[in-house]
Design a protein around this ligand. Structure first.
Ligand SMILES: [Zn+2]
Length: 684
């Protein structure tokens, strides 16, 4: 396989695709080159690869002869990777083409195409099911045939199936099991042209969730920068653009937020070279040909600029913020963003849990992001204490800003008063506080967008690294109300601050709260170090990890500067690397394992939990602390997420090393190139 992933965010990936004519950084945009008619040197604008049409070359005697003699790269004057399409677009336009599948695949190989395409049938959206099924059979048949015909050429195999999602998935399953290198997702142009972005999302998701993760996907015909970010976030890697020239010839300027018509412009709303050096009047005054050329330049620059913006967003971990911005530029894109809610479970598996940038709340759609879904799911997996104290949000990290509380509270009390939170709050001097020293009280901050944040987690990503407006919208309040009502249901005793009720419009009667009381004497809150580190480990690695890691005598070392927990050693081992269990990373508040921690986790969790299993060949390299390449992996925990701390073992489950995963469990299993785990330390 020839594709590897460097960075991930949402379902998007920044990757490298290797072809005979060079490496391509993905996501990538391929300008469509019309053979014999190209007007712009597209490589000057950042094109690493281009796509051209083998059928148009084939049916023109002059072009065909030249291509056969000099190769397609010379024919279109482009030295980088060239993808060719097979004529299926012409087939969809004219119903018939004068070439067989076998002939066009052979021809593509002969003219030196890097990635060729079989003659699939692009079934339009919303046709009768019988037709979609019949077309699909032929598409799959021709894909199989293309494998027999090709020699060394890399091959595209197009996912079809119209708007029947089960057909798309079935097609992806079948093609994915065969030896293709790239998978275009076909026949979405009619959906894009009619702004049916919601259906585009459904078609993409039905396809990518059934395609191998290790192959790039090309969203065919999606050439408008408006949709790039969304499509990338769903797992598309390649785009082709004939749009830059078609829009230019129609006097239209593409922008990431939409399209401008030149005849309506008094100002050039862009800062590219063309727009900064021409006025709309000047452009309108030009001859058609010269004007189209300039507008095509603008369209290319904007399109490539958007691709670079997307790649940077993936590297930064801010792709969700980007798509939330982009999807606000058209109501139907907003529709598409909103139905991502239906794919939360899948998206959560691909979205890295730890990112370089903070979570920005940009509106109710942010509540559907995988980070929120993941947080609430992980909370559920940690057994609850008996009693809960719910507090309103403060500045972050919460524990530093709500160290002391007073004011009006409400509570339920099913147990006896002697042991109740209410009693502890009302008579704080009676025992030696801080309050959570009483082991069965869970202190939770209620906030947007994560709803419930146990105080132990108040420095963990993204619970500390997020910003939302202080003026809550109705959807956010409603979400918090629902989550909170479910959460407190099982507690023996709930005490809630009046400010929580007010902030989220909570109804006392729905919460089954009755007792009202006023705390006049300030109560000191806090989290004990051991409680904090056990809770974080359970949250990060799964329930039980905390006790396993920090069992027995340990010593917690804090940063002198910030006072935050830094290292956890076996008792008496401070500064001794051999006795270091784990380090709490300052940037995101989660654990980085040390050797002793890896050993303990390995002992506690059964095989293959948290593990990446490598073959014998790679064992010595792993022991030396060298990073693990995907091709050496023979098994792994499918629930691993990208950036998780993982254990590296051999087939006998002997611990060899540990490190940080680059990919998620499904990707590790599927990929055969590139790094799977960045090893921190071997030496076992
Ligand atoms: Zn411009």
């Amino acid at each position: 396989m020839t594709f590897e992933i460097k960075y991930k965010d949402a379902r998007g990936r920044v990757g490298i695709l290797k072809t005979p004519h060079g490496r391509i950084k993905t996501p990538a945009l391929m300008p469509v080159i019309h053979p014999g008619k190209q007007i712009l040197p597209v490589d000057d604008y950042g094109a690493d690869l281009v796509i051209t049409n083998a059928y148009l070359i084939y049916k023109n005697d002059l072009l065909r002869e030249k291509a056969l003699e000099e190769g397609v790269h010379n024919l279109i004057d482009f030295s980088g990777p060239v993808i060719t399409d097979s004529g299926s677009y012409q087939l969809s336009l004219y119903g018939d083409v004068q070439v067989s599948n076998q002939m066009i695949v052979e021809f593509q190989e002969k003219i030196g195409t890097d990635i060729g395409t079989s003659l699939d049938i692009p079934t339009p959206p919303f046709v009768k099911r019988e037709r979609a099924e019949k077309d699909l059979e032929i598409t799959i048949q021709r894909a199989k045939e293309s494998l027999e015909v090709r020699d060394k050429m890399m091959l595209n195999s197009v996912v079809q199936g119209s708007t029947y999602l089960d057909l798309r998935s079935r097609c992806a399953d079948i093609l994915g099991s065969m030896d293709f290198q790239v998978h275009p997702i076909g026949a979405v142009v009619p959906l894009l042209e009619s702004y049916r972005y919601r259906e585009v999302v459904e078609v993409i998701m039905a396809s990518v969730t059934h395609l191998p993760d290790s192959r790039p996907r090309h969203l065919m015909g999606a050439g408008h920068p408006m949709v790039f970010a969304l499509a990338v976030a769903l797992g598309c890697d390649l785009f082709d653009s004939a749009a830059y020239i078609l829009y230019a010839e129609d006097d239209r300027l593409m922008m990431p937020n939409g399209t401008y018509k030149l005849d309506k412009l008094q100002e050039m709303p862009c800062y590219c070279e063309v727009c900064s050096s021409h006025t709309p009047d000047e452009l309108r005054g030009m001859a058609k040909k010269g004007r189209s050329l300039l507008l095509a330049q603008h369209n290319l620059e904007v399109s490539f600029g958007e691709i670079r913006t997307i790649r940077q967003a993936i590297i930064d971990g801010s792709l969700w913020e980007l798509i939330e911005q982009r999807c606000r530029s058209h109501p139907y894109l907003l529709d598409a963003l909103r139905i991502l809610k239906n794919y939360q479970e899948d998206l959560e598996k691909y979205d890295p849990p730890y990112k370089r940038s903070a979570f920005f709340y940009s509106g109710p759609e942010s509540l559907n992001r995988p980070e929120v879904y993941r947080h609430l799911k992980r909370l559920q997996q940690i057994p609850k204490k008996n009693k809960v104290l719910l507090l309103p949000p403060s500045d972050k990290p919460y524990s530093q800003h709500i160290a002391a509380i007073s004011g009006k509270f409400y509570g339920t009390k099913k147990g006896n008063f002697e042991n109740s939170i209410i009693k502890k709050l009302l008579e704080p001097s009676e025992i030696n506080l801080p309050l959570p020293a009483i082991k069965d009280i869970q202190i939770v901050v209620v906030d947007i967008p994560f709803a419930l944040i146990p105080l132990e987690l108040d420095q963990v990503y993204p619970l500390a690294q997020n910003e939302s407006p202080t003026n809550y919208d109705e959807d956010a309040k409603e979400m918090v109300r629902k989550v909170l009502q479910n959460y407190i249901y099982n507690f023996e005793e709930t005490v809630i601050s009046e400010n929580v009720l007010k902030s989220f419009d909570l109804d006392l009667s729905n919460l089954d709260l009755e007792k009202e009381f006023q705390i006049t004497e300030t109560v000191i809150l806090g989290v004990e170090d051991l409680d904090r580190i056990v809770y974080i480990a359970d949250y990060q690695f799964g329930y039980g990890a905390g006790r396993a890691l920090f069992n027995g005598p340990i010593k917690v070392v804090k940063s002198r500067k910030t006072g935050k927990i830094r290292h956890i050693y076996l008792d008496g081992g401070e500064g001794d690397v051999e006795k270091l269990i784990a380090t709490l990373r300052a940037s995101d508040g989660v654990f980085v394992l040390a050797s002793e921690g890896a050993r303990r986790l390995h002992q506690y969790f059964p095989y293959p939990r948290n593990r990446v299993v490598i073959n014998q060949e790679a064992e010595p390299f792993a022991r030396k602390g060298k990073s693990i390449f995907a091709k050496f992996v023979i098994n792994c925990d499918i629930d691993i997420r990208a950036k998780d701390e993982v254990l590296i073992v051999n087939e006998d489950d002997q611990l060899l090393a540990f490190g940080k995963s680059v990919l998620n469990g499904m990707e590790i299993t599927d990929f055969n190139t590139g790094q799977a785990v960045k090893t921190r330390k071997g030496g076992f």
